[in-house]
Design a protein. Sequence first.
Length: 104
Amino acid sequence: MTQILFSPLVAFPIFLALAGGLSLIGKALAGPTKTDPAKSSIYSSGEASPTRTAAPGYRPFLVAALFFAVLHLGVLVLATGAASPIAIVFLLGLMLALLALILG
């Protein structure tokens, strides 16, 4: 019986029905909605909205993402390897790569 319940073809409709039921219960508990211009406006702590869009691009994000990817994968490689002189060379190379990423 448990094997049938865990199959995706049976579990998905059950979870879909549960999610739909919870959504309907939540809508019933929420009460009526009231339209208000303050609800649809941008909240900026009482300040006026900026007139130009802030789109710095993806470069700062990609540098930070690459930094953490190199850091985490490098530490993972060091942690799964044996202690040897090559590990020290790898660690120095990892530190040099991270320094190059920081300095840009």
